[in-house]
Ligand binder design. Structure first.
Ligand SMILES: [Ca+2]
Length: 487
């Protein structure tokens, strides 16, 4: 009897095991915990996949995954750039608890343009944090981080140091050091034959891990370097898009080809699960760490790009496929955020929450099972840093974002810009100091209409909520004037 037939002959008797129903002798066997695969794409925008409406990029395999699971339309990264989103995912905690707010220095851009001294940033995740891999260990999971890590380097701060059993290609770097073609110049990934493509290789490594660990519950964090810059793709795939008409501002054949390789990898991974008869007991997540990058793609109708806290910088394509639980072809528009994955995965795995550890997110298992709401409050972001760059949709032409705090509650989103708040009179001047922006995402997904002075009661309600949260979690607000400012 193979595993599938065996399960067909079983009657569930709770989380502890199964009882064979068609035999006179009752035999208890341990329930197999589900395998969990979390596919994290780098810099993939909300509309960079077919199932989210792209008519330029071709992602048949990812679309099939979406059609066989649940799509979340209002899924958010915890930040508008790479490292903080990853730190929040790995710890299940908001940035003020681990200090990873941004990538590199928090004082990016010209000093003369910065009114405040930003809060210092941690560029690595301290090893005392309990990661999702560590939290899954007591439940018997073997885990792998395959691809980009960006949180430090082994043996002190890489994936192995943080509880993963396998690390392929993950260290401090936020982009592939040698580019996308072998030789990779990656200390955690032996180069393949010259010209081998990194996304294909990471897929190969993922297949190997799944095959090797087919008999144990496994957690695979497949964290592609794609589709982050440098934009480099396989020539035959670039050719496929070269003459394709642009659509909705998406027009870069090389970027399209990078997405295509990711898509092929997802297809090969799903095929491997089928081949090993693991599909029915494997949960697959698909997500990205921040919004699409300016110059590579378009996030229309969302405002802004990677680096801004408008929707284009933080809203992500997201799929959960949990065979037997998610209904095929369903959609959920309840706002969810990267810190929700930690408690969600623990619940799916039947793993206990680590004692004494605060989790800022909530399990989204009820949504996956069809609930229409979560019993939890608003979502929050805290970015006490500067990110330089002139991108369409940003608040000004010098910074993708200046220090900002953000809250989303229901259909409403409020942004509190700390320069004006701290230096221009705070709450007493809130009607005139331009510190607050308020948007109704239900009616205005493109964030074109700032309602801060139109709906003052909603503004004040969300402002109170954000200030309360900042105070409760101990979010450091930059308050010191920058002596180098020349404005
Ligand atoms: Ca990223």
């Amino acid at each position: 009897m193979n595993r599938r037939d065996f399960l067909k002959n079983c009657v569930a008797v709770g989380a502890g095991g199964f009882v064979l129903s068609n035999q006179s002798v009752t035999v208890r066997v341990d329930t197999k915990r589900p395998n969990i695969i979390f596919i994290m794409i780098d810099d993939m925008g909300w509309r960079d996949v077919g199932f989210m409406g792209s008519r330029y990029y071709e992602t048949p395999n990812i679309d099939r995954l979406a059609a066989s699971g649940m799509v979340f339309t209002d899924a958010y990264a915890n930040a508008a750039n790479c490292a903080p989103t990853r730190a929040c995912f790995l710890t299940g905690q908001y940035s003020p608890r681990h200090g990873v707010y941004t990538v590199g220095s928090s004082a990016r851009g010209k000093s003369a343009d910065r009114r405040l001294l930003p809060i210092e940033n941690d560029t690595t995740l301290d090893s005392h944090h309990i990661t999702i891999a560590e939290a899954l260990k007591p439940a018997g999971y073997v885990s792998a981080s395959i691809g980009k890590w960006h949180m430090g380097t082994d043996p002190e701060l890489g994936p192995i140091a943080q509880g993963f059993d396998v690390n392929v290609g993950g260290f401090s770097a936020g982009s592939p050091p040698g580019g996308y073609f072998s030789p990779y110049k990656n200390p955690e990934l032996p180069s393949g034959p010259d010209g081998e493509y990194l996304t294909d290789r990471l897929t190969d490594e993922a297949l190997k891990f799944v095959e090797t660990n087919r008999d144990k519950p496994f957690f695979l964090y497949l964290t592609h370097y794609a589709v982050h810059t440098p934009l480099q793709a396989k020539a035959e795939l670039v050719a496929k898009y070269r003459d394709k008409p642009p659509s909705n501002g998406q027009d870069n054949p090389t970027y399209a080809a990078m997405i295509d390789s990711v898509d092929q990898g997802v297809g090969r991974l799903m095929d491997k699960l089928d081949e090993l008869e693991l599909s029915d007991n494997t949960i697959v997540f698909f997500f990205s760490d921040n919004g699409g990058y300016v110059g590579a793609t378009s996030n229309q109708p969302l405002r802004g790009f990677k680096g801004t806290f408008y929707e284009g910088g933080i809203r992500e394509p997201m799929i959960v496929r949990w065979p037997g639980v998610t209904k095929s072809g369903t959609t959920c528009d309840v706002p969810v955020i990267g810190t929700d994955f930690f408690p969600t995965i623990l619940e799916m795995a039947g793993a206990p929450r680590p004692a004494g550890k605060t989790l800022d997110g909530g399990s989204i298992v009820p949504l996956i099972k069809g609930a229409k709401a979560l019993e939890r409050g608003a979502l929050f972001w805290h970015f006490p840093a500067y990110l330089q760059g002139n991108v369409a949709g940003a608040r000004d032409s010098k910074f993708r974002t200046r220090p900002v705090g953000v809250v989303r509650s229901g259909e409403w989103k409020l942004m509190l810009y700390f320069e004006e708040w701290v230096l221009d009179g705070g709450r007493s001047k809130v009607d005139t100091n331009n510190s607050v922006e308020l948007y109704n995402l239900e009616n205005d997904i493109s964030e074109t209409n700032n309602l801060a002075n139109v709906n003052k009661s909603k503004r004040d309600e969300l402002l109170d909520l954000l200030l309360l949260w900042q105070n409760w979690i101990g979010a450091p607000i930059p308050t010191e004037r920058n002596p180098g400012y020349s404005g």
